[in-house]
Design a protein around this ligand. Sequence first.
Ligand code: TYM
Length: 394
Amino acid sequence: MAEHKLELRENVGATDEFKVTPWEVSGAIDYDKLTRQFGTSRITPELKERLHKDYGSGLHHMLRRDFFFSHRDLDLVLKDHEQGKGFFLYTGRKPSKGMHIGHLVPMVLTKWLQERFKCNLYIEITDDEGFLHKKYEWEDVQAAAKDNVLDIIALGFDPERTFIFRNTEYVRNVYPLLLKAARKVTGSTVKAVFGFDDSTNVGLSMYPVYQTIPTFFEKKRCLIPCAIDQDPYWRIQRDIAEGLGYYKTAAIHSKFMPPLQGVTGKMSSSAGQETAILLTDDEKTVKNKINKYAFSGGRPSVEEHRKLGGDPDIDVPYQWLSIMFEPDDAKLKQVHDDYRSGKMLSGEMKALLIEKINAFLRDFREGKKGAAKDVDTFMYKGKLAKEMWARTYE
Ligand code: TYM
């Protein structure tokens, strides 16, 4: 029993200024404080160097710009890679009706990592979690899962090295292992880590154990790209993994893409349609949302702006360009400097972001058109998918 206490901390991610849990992210997040509280490590320049060494297209901009900023055991993953032992990737998605561009952050980096390291990738679709949260009825959660799978396929993962699975379907292949893992996690642990109380349904209390299971899919180290809100699950995994004969999982954590209304908290589908850009938004909707809602670091009048300049640090359109939509460092710096000096106006910053997002979504919609025909490959018939359906975990 003592092993369960190794890495767990109560009330993690909660301070007077901000809160970061798998269910809630709010306030002005101090990411340094958060890494200390969670007990994770910052990604160092040395690790970044090792991540793209010998790789033609350089380091991904989300790593270059420290948007992925924290990790657990990334050094060991790279060591395993360098020694030829390899590793595998795992990420996931809780089905909901509207996937937004923030949800793509871990997916986009995962894709880069898969291309870079040519490794297997497991994508967990948590239809159980979605249902137990009581937000959706069974049919709705299944419909959302189906559509989210198409969204994910549209991003272009390697079909032979990627297995996408719904928890309620794949459970038959993992139930014995799930029970062995569940026996090692107490009610008081999930209460402390996730803030569950006596009114939480028992399904939800069990759910966190299932989220650890894909880290056991191979007898290699697992690397999980995700935003830092998911880290509490990995702390549980790291307390039980070795007792089950597996590696403690590694993880690589991003910050949060902020909502349109300002640089605090996170973009979230439950916070309302006007806070996020959804993957289903058409060009006009993107334009209207950004022009109407995006918090600007510009000055109240053009004269003042020209004289004093804008503040890119609090300007949501600039932040989104920096996080995701302007990969070219020189171009981003130009935008930054022009905005600071007052040469570039808020309207121009917004127009640039609108153009970039709409170009991205046009490509995405094209990808999604062809996705339905690939569902079978990713979920059942591709090389990795076939292997996974033939395998059971005891
Ligand atoms: P979900 O579906 O809420 O979110 C999917 C992934 O998106 C990240 N995320 C964000 N990243 C940056 N900015 C944002 N505004 C933002 N909002 C969400 C989340 O951190 C997550 O990585 N329980 C999980 C599903 C899951 C999973 C996993 C996630 C199952 N296994 C393994 C990551 C890795 C969930 O509810 O994610």
